[in-house]
Design a protein. Sequence first.
Length: 192
Amino acid sequence: MIYGYARVSTKGQAKDSNGLESQEQQLRENGAVEIYSDSFTGTKMDRPQFDKLLDKLKDGDTLIVTKLDRIARSMTQGSELVTELIEKGVKVNILNIGMMDNTPSSKLIRNIFFSFAEFERDMIVERTQEGKSIAKTKDGFKEGRPKKYTDTQLKMALDLLKDHSYTEVEKMTRISKSTLIRAVRKLKEQGR
């Protein structure tokens, strides 16, 4: 049996040329009969569909992925996984590299590609941290998502609560009921 595996780790990736649809199409074009896919896993190791696929793979099967970093996030993990599959009798076809086997040259290629994938991920994390550090030095920096409303809008919504229910105020202002409840609770704690 020829299985395919596709994975995206970000919502942005899901929309670009590396998206699930694009990966699945490439997998089908290269002979995958059954395809498993996971979304938005990032550096987390929670990949339920991949785990199901690993349990299903047996001697004589082929696993196809578009890129090496779709199945592992570190050089060590990737090399060990591919080696385990090959020793189990599973062929591993990485479309941008080729068919993987247990020859010394195949092992070298795997390790080089995984090293670059790991390096690239580490550089992204480092650049993100640097950007965040620079942003923290600027006036008005606030960590987290920006508010959807101003303090004035929230105050007006709280004034509306004097004559209307939370649900009514939510419909009028588009400020969620939970935000309104938190704001009321905060005012009570401040003794207002």
